[in-house]
Ligand binder design. Structure first.
Ligand code: TXA
Ligand code: MG
Length: 313
């Protein structure tokens, strides 16, 4: 059910769950100070209780209810990247609900870059919001994706298609060394340039050190088998498979052969929608051209991360 931003704020204040658009993916939002409302998110998504949620704020003053950290690094990151696709993990205040942080001593915060959602959060106060998909489904990048997963009765603020299409970069600045726990549109290089220091990446540290609980869970795997394309002669394109190329391909006028011609923003924006379409059309396989190195686009680590986690082993 499509609702206005004003109605969404009223619903959230009275303990309901509402799907909100952001520049990355749609989020399933509840009042971050209402434990019963936040519990509904876990029930609706069927999300494991040990996977914490991101709190979304509309202005910097709203941070103070969740963390009392103030550091030069935090100030610079916020000035440069907020509102935007950067989630910051900070030491939490004791008053933050355990259900949000899954009992961790840190809290994840982000200010999304979407006018409608900022206006909801300004009125209703900070909201806890994971991506608005059922656990195990691709993140939603359009309002229809949300109703496909949760039915037509769930209130959704219509923000059209998400402009980025992949979830935010998660950067942990609660410890000694800033560490990327999940790659996103804002790259390690951009953060390094701003802070003038090396940024670690979770994927380069050992399995036991994993600080982002979400990365422990198997990511969305479509019914179709996702594979990196090794080498494939053109003549072997099959009608029951979806082919995703980032380069050009002469057969690209077929419905099942999608070419991005070097447009990695376009690939990021469409990836989850293509996965959902492949399932609807009951394709057997999704075959993806291996990605080039990051000199082609700073989005490549994020795109690679999401595809790699959906590839059939
Ligand atoms: O772009 C996004 O970040 C979207 C939109 C809706 O804002 N949200 C999103 O939420 O992707 P979710 O719940 O699907 O992913 C949040 C990730 C999970 O991997 C979770 O484990 C991690 O952030 N996370 C949340 N709180 C954390 C914390 N305190 N420490 C480490 N990781 C945390
Ligand atoms: Mg998610």
């Amino acid at each position: 059910m499509i609702v206005s931003a004003q109605k969404a704020a009223v619903l959230i204040q009275s303990g309901h769950v509402v799907a909100l658009p952001t520049e990355t993916v749609y989020g399933l939002a509840a009042d971050a100070s209402n434990v019963l409302a936040v519990r509904k998110i876990f029930e609706l998504k069927r999300r494991p209780a040990d996977n914490p949620l991101i709190v979304h704020v509309a202005d910097v003053a709203q941070i103070s209810a969740f963390s009392d950290v103030s550091s030069d690094i935090l100030t610079r990151l916020i000035e440069r990247f907020w509102p935007g696709p950067l989630t910051l993990v900070l030491p939490k205040k004791p008053s933050v609900l355990d259900i949000i942080t899954a009992g961790l001593d840190t809290v994840a915060l982000r200010m999304p870059d979407h006018t409608k959602t900022l206006s909801v959060v300004r009125r209703a106060g900070p909201v806890a919001a994971p991506s608005a998909n059922r656990s195990g489904r691709p993140s939603p990048t359009r309002p229809e994706h949300v109703s496909d997963d949760f039915g037509k009765d769930l209130p959704v603020v219509d923000g059209g298609s998400c402009s980025i299409g992949l979830e935010s970069t998660v950067l942990d600045i609660s410890g000694e060394d800033p560490t990327i726990l999940r790659p996103g549109k804002i790259s390690a290089e951009e953060i390094e340039d701003l802070l003038g220091r090396k940024i670690l990446s979770e994927s380069s540290s050992s399995e036991q050190n994993k600080r982002s609980p979400g990365t422990r869970y198997s990511h969305y795997k479509p019914h179709a088998e996702v594979q990196w394309k090794k080498s494939l002669p053109l003549s072997s394109h099959q009608t029951n498979c979806l082919y995703i190329y980032h380069t050009q391909n002469p057969d690209s006028d077929s419905d099942n052969i999608i070419c991005f011609n070097g447009n990695f923003e376009g690939l990021a924006r469409s990836l989850y929608d293509l996965y959902r379409t492949a399932d609807k059309k009951k394709y057997k396989k999704i075959i993806i051209e291996p990605l080039p190195d990051t000199s082609f686009s700073s989005l490549i680590p994020a795109i690679f991360n999401r595809i790699e986690r959906s590839v059939s082993q």
